[in-house]
Design a protein around this ligand. Sequence first.
Ligand code: TMP
Length: 253
Amino acid sequence: MARRKKVYEGKAKILYEGPEPGTLVQYFKDDATAFNAEKKDIIDGKGVLNNRLSEYFMTGLNNIGVPTHFIRRINMREQLIRSVEIIPLEVVVRNTAAGSMSKRLGIAEGTQLPRPIIEFYYKDDKLGDPLVTEEHIIAFGWATQQDLDDMVALALRVNDFMSGVMMAVGIKLVDFKIEIGRIWDNDYQRLVVADEISPDSCRLWDMETGQKLDKDVFRRDLGNLVDAYTEVARRLGVLPSNVTHHTKPTLIN
Ligand code: TMP
């Protein structure tokens, strides 16, 4: 196989040059990290599941007119995406209090919020992705007011879609994170959902039992991560038939 050019390597994915200009190949690794990579492990099969699940969510979004970077899945671990300029913000939408919001504001995990709350975090590993306000975002030029309005609208549409899809299979969408990218058509800019949408970037609770079916299983040592993600995929009917399922993750350090 011809050697491809690696464009970028992150904690859970690698981007390679795509077959045509304006495209990239996004490869899903089995690496899991938490707390800014203080905790890491390799979880056999996670990349395959996230590739499949992200395809499922991004395709659904494309089908209802929410633009994403996703073009098509190539194989078990790779998908073809449009190359975008990532806005350096993590956009978090919360329906129910959990995680850092519960900690920061002293609200019990599981408290239903009166409306979806959107937060922005500045993507900078050295700083630990700090929470920032719209004032910071505009003053430091990470996005314009128009971008912010468009990002909020996109995030709320993703929230409505994902909440509905999950509720239909008995799962509560507690919160999630998306990243948003710019695509340029000559001088005209469009914002699209980028990166991935998977149980790595969502909190998903079983509606009946409250069982966690997301990366908190790894963050909080609650059991087998692949089993949790497989359950999500199974309920959605997107389980690949040939996913290799190992129950013993390999510790890398
Ligand atoms: P938080 O409660 O830790 O701020 O996380 C909110 C949501 O964002 C949760 O669904 C997990 C997701 N998330 C990421 O995808 N990447 C991250 O680096 C962090 C901190 C959270």
